[in-house]
Ligand binder design. Structure first.
Ligand SMILES: Nc1ncnc2c1ncn2[C@@H]1O[C@H](COP(=O)(O)OP(=O)(O)OP(=O)(O)O)[C@@H](O)[C@H]1O
Length: 290
């Protein structure tokens, strides 16, 4: 396999007179988990659907597993897995039945019992889909996305509607797939999800890439000042500093021991993300022309 799973150059897509993707350049490396972040209407789904071969582009070059997805073959499609935002139909069948018949369409499919186990659906394997909860149906979507043993998995907002435990279980599943070498392109609005899962994140707004880095380093997070905060005289004191250890040491000396309600924080990924996209969105989520 090539070292670059997805290569995007100067990608454009226009709906009417609205440019949804506006000259996007991006590489996703083979074997990494890449999270695409951005506000509603940023162009994430449009981009991902072009990569999946479901939408045509207006301009630019796209290569997915070495192939242009426009007019891609069945053999190429066998190598990718897709988990879309919504699912439906097949209510009268069971997860086991659906997975068995889907698995037959692939040359090197995963064992169905293994997929049921990995997605936490073993107990529901023989129940009708109509009897599954929203979160369980979402797991079923994921099960369908991985049963073909894809080299590259697209996950579009995979944990929407999951309870906290289900989200943690799902993260474990994704980490396991990544560990086994599956390349994963994830779109999500949950910054904690991106932080837990992604090797790198790309932030897009107005169809353009605003930032690209590891979650820890995005937007210069590592070098941003920390906030040291404590209680004193009945009020909360806050100091922003590049040397929080020195600040805490001097507070400890001044208080002669424990500093009341002491916290040291750095900007979260969410803080950094919101700062990055702020110039590009209004309250109505309309993009401001650059
Ligand atoms: N089929 C379409 N026809 C016309 N406009 C569209 C179509 N699909 C998307 N758009 C517009 O293109 C822009 C990008 O939409 P897209 O769905 O790619 O955004 P997104 O980043 O996935 O948003 P969300 O986070 O809400 O899913 C939006 O302004 C949207 O209204």
């Amino acid at each position: 396999m090539s070292q670059t799973a997805i290569r995007i150059r100067e990608l454009t897509k226009t709906y009417g007179n609205h440019r949804a993707v506006d000259g996007l350049d991006l590489d996703v490396h083979a074997g990494e988990v890449f999270a695409l972040l951005g506000p509603n209407g940023a162009g994430k789904t449009t981009t991902v659907e072009i990569l999946e071969g479901f939408r045509d582009r207006d301009g630019g070059e796209v290569s997915v597993l070495g192939t242009d997805p426009h007019g891609a073959t069945r053999a190429w499609r066998d190598r990718i897995g897709i988990v879309l935002q919504t699912s439906g139909g097949l209510d009268l069948l069971t997860p086991r039945e659906i997975l068995r018949s889907t698995a037959k369409g692939y040359r090197a499919s995963r064992d169905v019992d293994e997929v049921l186990e990995a997605t936490g659906l073993t107990a529901k394997a023989d129940d009708r889909i109509s009897g599954l909860s929203g979160g369980q149906r979402r797991r079923m979507d994921v099960a369908l996305g991985i049963v073909g043993r894809p080299e590259l998995l697209f996950l579009d907002e995979p944990t929407t509607g999951f309870d906290p435990q289900a989200r943690r279980d799902f993260w474990e599943l994704i980490r396991g797939l990544a560990h086994d070498g599956t390349t994963i392109l994830l779109t999500t609005h949950y910054l904690d999800e991106a932080e837990h899962l992604a090797d790198r994140v790309g932030v897009i707004a107005g169809g353009r890439l605003l930032a690209l880095d590891t979650p820890a380093a995005l937007g210069g997070r590592q070098s941003q000042e920390a906030t040291v905060s404590w209680e004193e005289g009945g009020t909360r004191q806050n100091v922003r500093t590049a040397t929080p250890t020195t600040e805490v040491a001097s507070l400890a000396a001044r208080f002669g021991g424990e500093v009341p309600e002491l916290t040291v924080t750095r900007p979260s990924l969410e803080d950094t993300y919101l700062g990055l996209i702020a110039p590009h969105v209004t309250d109505e989520r309309q993009e401001v022309p650059a």
